[in-house]
Design a protein around this ligand. Sequence first.
Ligand code: BGC
Length: 373
Amino acid sequence: MLLGCKDEKKTDMPETTQAKTKSSIVKSDYATTKEGVKIEKYTLTNANGMKMEVITMGGDIISLTAPDKDGKFEDVVLGYTTPDLYLDGNPYFFGAIIGRYGNRIAKGKFTLDGKPYQLTVNDGPNSLHGGKGFDKRVWTATPVEGDAPALKLTYTAKDGEEGYPGKLNVTVTYVLSNDNALEISYEAESDKNTVVNLTQHSYFNLSGNFAESIESQELELKAGKYLPVDATLIPTGELKAVAGTPFDFTKAKAIGKDINVADDQLKKGLGYDHCWIFDDAANTLKSVGSLYHKASGRYMEVLTTEPAIQFYSGNFIDGTKDSKTGGKYQKRSGLCLETQHYPDSPNQPSFPITTLKAGEKYSTKTTYKFSVK
Ligand code: BGC
């Protein structure tokens, strides 16, 4: 079903700058869960022909194409080849909306307003990505009218769901802008004081060939500090300077350059799986880094209102799942750039607060902007 369609051809624009296609958003049936719930798929196409597929399970982005320097569009996000893995737990969190709390909370415990809470523990001794989190929930999708294709996804988490206090209404909106940016806004409101840390778990590989490791892609993070972790990947509380360490991405650097050096933190994460703290902590949409694949020329700039980012270099991908481009996904087939607040903040008073008070509005934005250079 064609839901929205805008002819982006503007007659007063010179021919060379005219957009080539119409933007559109098309809804189709995707699959049915074991419980009989129908999962829909929405295909968003912007005026340049960039395409994104989103399903209502987890709000998962299952594909996203971007042009290379010759104008060739290829999929730049990892995804499964069959619906069952999305429907049945999404083991790698491919493309998913993450919540109620992105990343780990130590032992799944925290205290809020003097009251202790016990969350679902699902990662060693800790709670990861909200337990049976928002990635494993069915969202309601509504296309949004506008110049560019946009999809609004809503989900209501129950009071006490996975151990968290407060009924939480969540809205995540994806816009595929006509300047080739994926703009994501996250909004939430709770009826009780709670903790919230929402993010997106797409695995990028700008080469468009998932058999190619992300190690040659160049990452820049405008972050002079990162959070060292303990053996269970919980931040120790220290904010460590990246200067002189393998964690220094203040100047664009190939991800593989230092990933195998002898370093206790790299050993703990089996590679990069840490939170970097942006130098600019402002709650405004600011450029915080980029990813670049030289051979294709694809360049992705990251902008966010968030103070930090979890850069995860796909260390736990175990070679068991089929790849969209053939073969199996391997360690380092893709990487996540999860803009967020710091992991375990509810237990770490020195970290920026992640409490959302009853009736207050949670609102953050992140943009992944594609171009070539
Ligand atoms: C975490 C990893 C985890 C992965 C799950 C990332 O956000 O930092 O430790 O294994 O999500 O795919």
